[in-house]
Design a protein around this ligand. Sequence first.
Ligand code: GLN
Length: 473
Amino acid sequence: MNALEIAADVRAGELSAVAAVDDALEAIARRNEELNVFVHVDREGARARAAEIDERVARGEDPGPLAGVPVGLKDNLCQTGVPTTCGSRILAGWRPPYSATAVERLLGAGAIPVGKTNMDEFAMGSSTETSAYGPTRNPVAPDRVPGGSSGGSAAAVAAAMVPVALGSDTGGSIRQPAALCGLVGIKPTYGLVSRYGLVAFASSLDQIGPLARTVAEAATCLEVIAGHDPRDSTSLPEPAPDLRGHLDDGVAGRRVGLIRELVEGADPEVVAATRAAADALSAAGARVIELSIPELRLGLSAYYLIAPAEASSNLARYDGVRYGLRVDADDVTAMNVATRTAGFGAEVKRRIMLGTYALSAGYYDAYYGQALKVRTVMIEAFARAYEQVDTLLGATAPTEAFALGAKVADPMAMYLSDVFTIPTNLSGHAAISVPFGRGATGLPLGVQLLGPARSETRLVSAAAVLEAGREEA
Ligand code: GLN
């Protein structure tokens, strides 16, 4: 059942939240062993909260726009008392003493978190295969990856375990798995959703956002979690935008730029799907032009300096003293080394080394400093494009879901999965991935709509047009 139908029925007293949660728990029980989607299921917590929602409805109260809706939380989002591992051994057994603002807002809207979803370790990856808890399989094709790093959240929705889930997107980790699992995924404008309680990967890039089957469900979920939060100093000082009110705005008169650099090198089916999406927008009254923004080609190189640099600093806190794992040794330094050696996987270590090198004295200007300049060049290039058009269109990922294991031995091939999504993170802008078209083996593909900061309202209405037009694709 769709999240909006569940909420409507629960609010009307026609469906019990306990029944909705039990459905989700049953769906999880049926396929979790096969797909490895949830790393922790909070059966008791979820059922107790559902019973509270039912009591509130019985008393005549309105629990909110997501009343009784079971949700999945990526395992880098803190919820008081619920294990949070970030897909890493180093946080095994850690239970946060507080909840993320986004999680509190979901609870405040009546939603019911049912558990924590699998992810690439510390969100570093594009396939959910770097998790210390084993890979997640794509429910659409279980021999394929679900994408990553929010692959567990995508698989949870695609397998109909929950109607919506939260992920985080630092370089594409909401949009790419959404595309590979046939879902809608939104990377909000940097600062629109509070990062308080999101375990940090690269703080200047990280954003929390929703994954859902439909634009309306994703938009509703984003409205609930967005808006100013004094506990995050980078939070935009304004209320959540009205997205639900703009779903039917259409695209008549809008100017859309099909970006050459956001399709080049992609599979032919991906290029065709993106062109078909451009046609669907034109048919709905938008004026589509083809544009080139060559600076976007610099995104991957800048990202793989900036993100690891920030990660190497953020991950310094896992020292065996304060959180999770500790491997004892003769003195503190040896304990730190032993803990980090045992606690982090290969990809995380690769990023820490890359980031530490990029920040080290003597190399700072040549690498990290240079990457920051490139980031500015890209932001200026986007700004010029947005003088000509209001929305950009491109592919979300260069391929359909790939086979498990296909890219694990080749980090560069894995990094290329995010070549089309990374530029938006560097600019801090908003983007949405919508299912559109099919790959060579019939798996779902996604196309991406991009807009400047705070353009979510326009992005959801354009996404709704593509959603309506996708049968023709
Ligand atoms: N795949 C990219 C990386 O590995 C992006 C990950 C993300 O958005 N969290 O860094």
